[in-house]
Structures are given as structure tokens and as C-alpha cells.
Ligand binder design. Sequence first.
Ligand code: B12
Ligand code: SF4
Length: 459
Amino acid sequence: MKIALVNPKPLEAFTVYGPALGLCYLSSYLKRQGITNITGVDLNIDDPAGLESAIESSDVVGVYCSTKALRPALDVASRAKRAKKIVVMGGPHPSVLPEEVLASPDVDYVILSEGEESLLALIEALMSGGDVSEIDGLGYKVEGALKINPRTRYIANLDTIPFPDRDLFDFDWTKSLTVCATRGCPYKCANCQPALSLQTCAYRTRSVDDVVDELKQVAVGKVVHFVDNDLTINRKWIVRFCERLVEEDLNLRWGCQGRVNTLNKELLALMRKAGCMNVGIGIESGSQELLDKFLRKGINLQKAEELIQESVEVGMPLHGWFIIGIPTETKEDIEKTIEFAQSHDLASVGFSMGTPWPGTIFERVARENNWMLTDNWEELNEKRHSGLRTDEWGPEDIAEYRARIVEHFRARAWNVNEDDCVFENPRWSKRRKKAGALRLGMEEMRRAVRSCRETLFRG
Ligand code: B12
Ligand code: SF4
């Protein structure tokens, strides 16, 4: 059986630093089972003409589908259907809203969350003409009726999954490398859980040996971006991992997401020693009450302040993520958030406009209160504008706050990325220069840090 795995291009362009790792994992998993005729098409980097021939020469077309790329993903599905191919969709959006995606006449199957085992079972059933109705986490149709099997099983030992098939797409031109060392997340933040594919899984880590083996094979000369929701949740694991990197003297440069409550000064120092150049932390709000009552973030602002101070002491750049425009947030809360981001010594800060991604508590509360301004997922854009109007504020207020934030940092000579609402602290540029610890040229260092931070999307 021949398979095409397609990563569609979202309607708005995003900087792409690496392959869609989920598709690379599916490919290596199938290949190990002898299903080797697999083609990858990434419409963010490949010539769109290649899609037609990939579809033409396949039996099954598998499509990655995020909420922002729903329409382009359905467009790929419709082309595949016109060519009479079997269409399977997976990724965050079908994991949260399987019925919505499966209702399309162009989609035959959806797979919820972790895809490896279910996709293999589906392909095997399709090859043998077997029954699909028992496949865990599979959505399918019976005489037009939609059937969704909930996901009940996850791969317990992540070391049993082969390394991702990075040859599926041509990313040789990039100096960055995406790596996934853990899966799942034990937290339930209102802006995220329980919506998003791998976030819903039980938290698991690969063994340190397995990750180090992969890095030795593929990371030489690259900047590694760990795409994990949070690489530092398991303290023992992250300490062992850093110690191994130091012992092996791999001289790697890497970045990851952490958490205020999982980091401390000693760990930051160790991570720095092991080549970590940037850690993203979701602080989200300057209002402790909002963090506790609505966001359920499980972090303490005083601890965040101490951590930032410690990061200065050990020379580890922290990137702070913040959100404005959160359901139940007051204007006073927003002021506190802006004040927090501006008055602490973070290496860089990024703001999002609160976005009701499907399946989140954010979305539920916004709907219950009639605060959603649109039901069209494509109009959501967390970097640019708010999709909500609460009793306290509307999108025009959030736009004003956004403009004020940009002006504030511009006036203080921070490096401003207005489109992404991300700002770099000039004090930290000087510190990095002075440290020179990573033995990189300044320009290379700067590029590496920026791409680490941008790729390492909030976890
Ligand atoms: C890296 C990343 C990016 C990178 C992507 C670069 C790249 N090519 O790797 C960049 C920075 C460009 C990015 C951008 C954005 N991202 Co992003 N990103 C991630 C992140 C951190 C890791 C993705 C990853 O590699 N995971 C590891 C792999 C192994 O898991 P996976 O992709 O989920 O794949 C598994 C399953 O989903 C499934 N599966 C996946 N595809 C398919 C296909 C088939 C056919 C099947 C059967 C199964 C299947 O099987 C895979 C293996 O088990 C995730 C969070 C996360 N931890 O997953 C957010 C995440 C995917 N991003 C998110 C968002 C919101 C965005 C942006 C909209 C942010 C913005 N700036 O506004 C944009 C939209 C871009 C887009 N394409 O839609 C949300 C998606 C929410 C949603 N409902 O769609 C997530 C879940 C983060 C979050 N917590 O909110 N992102
Ligand atoms: S925001 Fe991060 S820590 Fe919170 S639930 Fe999502 S992945 Fe987990």
C-alpha cells in the first residue's frame, strides 16, 4: 500500500523551522513494520505541483490538521477524494473535534491524538480487508453515520518508537532541528487542556540514552529545538539529561520550554552548562488571582520574580510568555500583566491575545457567556487580535493595549518584532556578548536564540 503524508500550509504563513515531526514519526513507525512506500509533501516548503503527483501515486493520503490549517487540510482531502483515494486526518484539530472533520465527505477516517499505533492498525486493516471498528482512537463512517472510538491507550514506552523519519521532507537547508523527548502534559491550563492532541496524553519521557543517541545521530552542527510542552517536568530526568550532555561533550546548543514551578537556580545553571540557550516560561498573567482561579496555571508570581532574578545570576536567558484578553480578566488585570512583563529582567517577552482554541476551558467559558466573536476558526489569530468581547473589554481595547506594549518596548530600545508581538531585551544582548560562553559568533548566537525562542511555541 502506498501512502502520502501531507502537511498543509495554513492560510497565514508561519515561519517554519523544521518538519512536521508528527508525520515523521508516523512514517518511521510504518516503515519499521514494512510499509515503506511513503511520500511526504510539506506545502510550506515544497512546490505545490508535487502534491498532485504524490496523491496520484498513493492509495492512502494522511493529512496533518491544526485548527489554523483546517481549510487547507480539507482542500488537500478534497483533491485526494477527487482522485478516489482513502483520506485519513490527524493532529490537533481532529483530535479535539473529530466529528466536525469526519463530517466532511472528503474525509474517510480521523485519528485522535497519538497516531502511530492506530494508523498502523488502520493501514493493516485496509490491506487485509479487516474490521476497523475496534481500532483505538479511530473515527470512521458506517453507511454515512459517524463513529468515534475514544482514545484509551497511549504508547507506554516511548523508546519503542523509532526515531522520526527526517528524510520524509527536505529540511537539509535549515540549521535547526526539532526533537521531541517527552509526550503529554500533567497540567490542565485553561488556555490549553484538554484540547490539544499530545497534551491530552499521560506524561511520559523517553530514556535519556534514547534521546542522546538520536542527538548524536542528527544534531551535530544544528541548533536543537525541543518541541516538548515542558522538558523540565521530571526533575530527575532533566538533571540526568543535562549531566549526560556535559559528560558526552556534544557541544550542543538547544532551547526548550520550562515552567516557573519546575525550574530553579541550580537547574538553570546546569542547563546552561549543558548548552541550553533559552528557556520559555508561560507566566501568562500579572494577576495571581486570574492565574489561580481561571487559568489554573499552578504557578506563583513571586516565584516567577525570583526565578527571573536567578536566571540573571546564572546567565540563562528566559523568554516570558504573556496573554492579554483572557475570559474573566479585568482591565486592571491586563495592566498588571503589562507591568509585570515590562518591569522584570526577562531576556525576551512575547504576548498573545487570548484565543479560544477549540476544546479549551477558554472556549467553553467564552461560549457560555456569549463572548465569542466568531465561530470561524480561521479568524482566530492569537498574535494579532482578540476573538472575544467580554463585559469588560472588546477587541478594540485589546488592540489598544497591544499598540501600547509595542510602543513601550520600542521607546526603550528593545528589539521589536511587531508582527509576532515579541520583544528582546537589550540588556540581555550585552550579557550574552559578555558571556560568549557558547563559543558562537554573535550573529550566529543571535539567530540561534531567536529561532529557538520562536520555534519553542508556548507549551
Ligand atoms: C513545533 C510547533 C509549532 C511550529 C511548527 C514547526 C514544525 N513544523 O514543527 C510553529 C512554530 C511553526 C508552530 C506554529 C503554530 N502553532 Co504550533 N506547535 C508546535 C508544538 C510545540 C509541537 C508540535 C510537534 O512537533 N509535536 C510533536 C509531535 C510528535 O506530535 P503531533 O504533531 O501532535 O503529532 C502526533 C499526533 O498529533 C498525530 N498526528 C499528527 N499528524 C497526523 C496526521 C495523520 C494522518 C494522523 C493519522 C495522525 C497525526 O500523530 C503524531 C504522532 O503521535 C505543538 C505543541 C505540542 N506539544 O504538540 C504546538 C501546537 C501544535 N501549535 C499550536 C498553535 C496554536 C500554533 C499557531 C496557531 C500559533 C500562532 N503563532 O498563532 C501556529 C499555527 C501553525 C500551523 N501550522 O497551524 C497549537 C495547535 C492548536 C490547534 N487546535 O490547532 C499547539 C497544539 C500548541 C498549543 N498548546 O496550543 N507550531
Ligand atoms: S499550557 Fe503547557 S503546561 Fe499548560 S496544559 Fe498546555 S501544555 Fe500543559
